[in-house]
Ligand binder design. Sequence first.
Ligand code: FES
Length: 114
Amino acid sequence: MTKRTLCAPADIPNHGTRAFPAFTRAHAGLFAIRQNTRVMIYVNACPHLGVPLDWAPGSFLASDGSRIVCATHGAEFEIETGLCQRGPCKGDALESVPYTLEAGMIAVSSAAGL
Ligand code: FES
């Protein structure tokens, strides 16, 4: 399976997010969150209606940075797991995307939301 290189971990702001738009309309795109050395990647689609989560391009977090918040109806998701803790899709979760580090760059499967 083909892999796509997203960026280096340091290209994601610490305690911040970065969006990776889809290359085709068939996919939702991805977003990444970095917390020091830990990076989580999710498909940019809310489990409630399947729409993108970002408030503005690349902005996914509550103002205090403690959780992911969907811009459409305000569902709140745990950063580490993607689990919805509050809102219309409580108990559902964002689709987590596995990745590997290849020569210091984050690489995902080409089928993973891109
Ligand atoms: S579309 Fe995300 S909470 Fe409704």
